[in-house]
Design a protein around this ligand. Structure first.
Ligand SMILES: Nc1ncnc2c1ncn2[C@@H]1O[C@H](COP(=O)(O)OP(=O)(O)O)[C@@H](O)[C@H]1O
Ligand SMILES: [Mg+2]
Length: 398
């Protein structure tokens, strides 16, 4: 993908500045003038480890010598089973093996043997925090971002975005996919997946740079093994609450963290819309086969193409193709005449499958794998992916 403009500075450069550290054991909490300078340090007790998430705290420091070993081992074990726990650094002399074993169940944990120097503590904390923002398994810059937008309301943008994201996530290989619902106020993607949205952007105010890969992981709702959803809880003021910098930062970090990023775009332009589209490799405009929708699709594609001025041409997808049994719907060829351009492809109409999917929660491909919608979306994905690969090859050769 192309870089999103106005990149915020990387969080790692700021070290511990502003990081929320939970320190268990008085000796550690007392280090606020030394290695913990700049961090927001809260001194706590073992009981606070229960259910602790990365969203609550950036780093946990535990002085095992100040705690009762069995209680600490149980608390650390529970933490390791929690969803996205924060990284843990444990200090102590002669740590019991059971405790160490439980600590190592955590994905991000380290041990520092007492006594240690302030420099050793700083290095261990920096190592853990850097590990949280570790580069994704895929090669940097290899991510692809496709934006999906509807020509008119109800044309099927969310449906197509959900099916595309699912199709990419079950491809061979290990590629990871994220669907981002940018309809902050009233997005439907979470409901379509039967998932709970977990991304609150208002909390960041003007500090977009606080968002990093670890935080994005905490925001994301996993919907299947290789597919995550980033969606905002329904909230009337959500669009005003999320700053342009925050939205662009989320997109930037998502593209660093996933192989594929699919955007469900709001139809009305926000102050970040053009940048989001400019950072995308493809823009899909979903239209239905009615004359007003086709006219809107043509106008919207022209508007986007002109506003971007990068040569990126939105691709039109005709959704809910039906046999002519139900009235004078335009054919694909007639639609392309109205659009004055070729469509990328079409998606068949299948109300039963679409309704089953949204009512049961989950992609159509999961509940009605034989639906024509699934086959059509797969063909779209293959066409687009093949074109992208061809374009990449041309760019490399140039
Ligand atoms: N190909 C299709 N066949 C049948 N129903 C569809 C199809 N695509 C979408 N729908 C249905 O149309 C309605 C609107 O779709 P949605 O994806 O929410 O549109 P948008 O996001 O553009 O507003 C939903 O009830 C959805 O299930
Ligand atoms: Mg929608």
């Amino acid at each position: 993908m192309a870089p999103f403009p106005d990149k915020a500075p990387a969080l790692s450069a700021a070290g511990l500045q502003g990081r929320r550290v939970l320190a268990i054991g008085e000796s550690l909490a007392a280090l606020t003038d030394g290695p913990l300078a700049g961090a927001q340090v809260a001194s706590g007790a073992i009981a606070q480890l229960e259910g602790l998430k990365l969203a609550d705290c950036d780093l946990v420091l535990i002085d095992a010598d100040a705690c009762e070993a069995p209680a600490l081992a149980a608390a650390v074990k529970a933490l390791a089973l929690a969803k996205s726990p924060p990284p843990v650094l444990m200090t102590g002399a002669n740590l019991p093996a059971g405790l160490v074993r439980n600590l190592l169940r955590l994905e991000h944990a380290d041990i520092l043997e007492s006594p240690f120097s302030p420099e050793q503590l700083t290095a261990a904390m920096a190592g853990l925090l850097a590990g949280m923002a570790a580069p994704p398994p895929s090669p940097a810059g290899a991510s692809r971002c496709w934006a999906v937008t509807g020509a008119v309301g109800g044309s099927g943008a969310t449906t197509v975005a959900v099916e595309i994201a699912h199709a990419l996530s079950v491809q061979e290989g290990k590629e990871r996919v994220c669907l981002i619902d940018l309809n902050f106020a009233d997005g439907a993607a979470a409901a379509y997946f039967g998932a709970t949205p977990g991304m609150r952007l208002a909390d960041f105010g003007a500090s977009a740079e606080r968002i990093d890969q670890a935080m994005l992981r905490a925001f994301a709702t996993p919907v299947s093994e290789r597919l995550d959803l980033l969606a905002h809880p329904r909230e009337p003021q959500a669009f005003d609450a999320a700053s342009r910098e925050t939205v662009l930062r989320v997109l930037e970090i998502a593209c660093e963290s996933y192989d594929w990023v699919i955007l469900d775009m709001p139809r009305h332009r926000r102050d970040w819309t053009l940048e989001a589209l400019a950072g995308s490799d493809e823009v899909l405009v979903i239209s239905e086969l009615t004359v007003p929708a086709l006219l809107a699709a043509r106008a919207l594609s022209d508007e986007i193409e002109t506003a971007l001025g990068t040569g990126l041409k939105p691709r039109i997808v005709l959704n809910r193709l039906a046999s002519r049994m139900f009235g004078p719907a335009p054919s694909m060829a007639e639609a392309e005449r109205a659009l004055q351009r070729k469509a990328l492809g079409g998606v068949s109409s299948d109300w039963e499958a679409a309704a089953a999917s949204v009512n049961l929660g989950g992609p159509i491909a999961q509940h009605r794998p034989k639906s024509k919608i699934v086959k059509d979306v797969l063909a779209l994905v293959e066409t687009l992916a093949a074109e992208s690969a061809r374009r990449d090859a041309t760019t490399r050769a140039a």
